[in-house]
Design a protein around this ligand. Structure first.
Ligand SMILES: [Zn+2]
Length: 96
């Protein structure tokens, strides 16, 4: 008999639930970003060269039925080509 499935509204935009597991500290939900590009905050240029995932970060979410819930997110990284401001321009990228 398989475990009952639950649907949890995460209120997180642009993520897809990859899996979830019960741990000693609560329910840990692993999500991945569905964003496909990023925008340079300084020159506004759009970058869509996906460059793998960064180190996963774990965030506290609202408890469900008094159980702690943690969201584990693997941030997407994008490869940044040199833009108009030159090779020393290190952009802050906003994932969209
Ligand atoms: Zn830029």
């Amino acid at each position: 008999m398989s475990q009952p499935q639950i649907q949890i509204p995460l209120d997180l935009p642009n993520v897809r639930v990859e899996n979830y597991q019960q741990t000693d500290k609560g329910l840990v939900i692993t999500v991945v970003s569905t964003c496909t590009k990023a925008v340079c905050c300084q020159c506004g240029r759009t970058i869509d060269k996906f460059h793998g995932y960064g180190k996963a970060i774990t965030l506290r979410h609202l408890p469900i039925f008094d159980r702690p819930v943690w969201i584990r997110i693997k941030p997407k990284r994008f490869q940044y080509p040199y833009c108009d401001k030159g090779p020393t321009h290190v952009p802050a990228l906003r994932v969209v």
